[in-house]
Design a protein around this ligand. Structure first.
Ligand code: ADP
Ligand code: ADP
Ligand code: ZN
Length: 209
């Protein structure tokens, strides 16, 4: 099953993709995680992406499309995958149409005020991609999965968050209509608790955990 998770920053795409991927035994392809790892490793792609990411802007389409093409060609994608954070523009969606057949587009809908609160408390593990919220860490500062020290993303600062929400509404939200027209879109209330959201996504995909 080839699945897209669509939604604003903080909607819960990464949190849910990690759980659904584990349940379905398919890879989670997070373009944000790929870019952050590239930045950490100081690769050419990482250097190119850094200024865009830190300003809350989108990395140019051609850079991100090449990354996704390469990733989807890998063996582990043969039985399906979840795209988490891609596509984010109409040109990205059109490029994806030429290389993949998408089965489901899951839109996680959450109001902006809730997103600001979620993003300001987000802590992430750059090593394994796990995501946490301050409110659930109880003072812990390391990743429960791999032990790495958790960080606050630079682009989760208050001013950058507002820029990213604007970018979402202007450049990514048009994809809702794009996939609605293709009959692929399923909208889910992402403001529910994590377990209810998880159950709603499984239901939309027509699978049992
Ligand atoms: P979030 O999980 O908060 O929605 P991501 O981790 O997906 O954010 O992305 C972080 C940043 O990485 C984005 O703000 C953008 O700069 C860059 N990025 C990630 N995916 C894409 C993409 N598909 N197109 C362009 N830029 C991207
Ligand atoms: P995205 O990948 O869409 O940017 P994340 O999965 O990183 O979103 O979640 C953003 C923040 O909100 C994280 O701190 C996460 O722990 C928290 N979060 C995710 N889902 C929920 C939920 N259903 N209810 C409350 N907080 C959530
Ligand atoms: Zn980790």
């Amino acid at each position: 099953m080839n699945i897209i998770f669509l939604g604003p920053p903080g909607a819960g795409k990464g949190t849910q993709a990690q759980k659904i991927c584990a349940a379905l035994n398919i890879p989670q392809i997070s373009t944000g995680d790929i870019l952050r790892r590239a930045m950490k490793d100081g690769t050419e792609t990482g250097l190119k992406a850094k200024s865009y990411i830190e300003a809350g802007k989108l990395v140019p389409d051609e850079v991100i499309i090449d990354i996704v093409k390469e990733r989807l060609a890998m063996d582990d994608c043969r039985n399906g995958y979840i795209l988490d954070g891609f596509p984010r523009t109409v040109p990205q969606a059109e490029a994806l149409d030429t290389i993949a057949k998408i089965d489901h587009v899951i839109e996680l809908a959450v109001d902006d005020q809730v997103l600001v609160e979620r993003l300001s408390g987000r802590r992430v593990c750059v090593k394994c991609g796990a995501t946490y919220h301050l409110s659930m860490l109880g003072g812990k500062t390391n990743c429960a999965v791999c032990g790495e020290e958790l960080i606050q993303r630079k682009d989760d600062s208050a001013e950058t968050v507002l820029a990213r929400l604007e970018v979402y509404h202007a450049q990514t939200a048009p994809l809702i209509g794009y996939y609605e027209k293709k009959g692929l879109l399923q909208r889910i209330d992402g403001a529910q608790g994590m377990d209810n959201t998880y159950a709603a996504i499984l239901n939309a995909l027509g699978v049992q955990a």
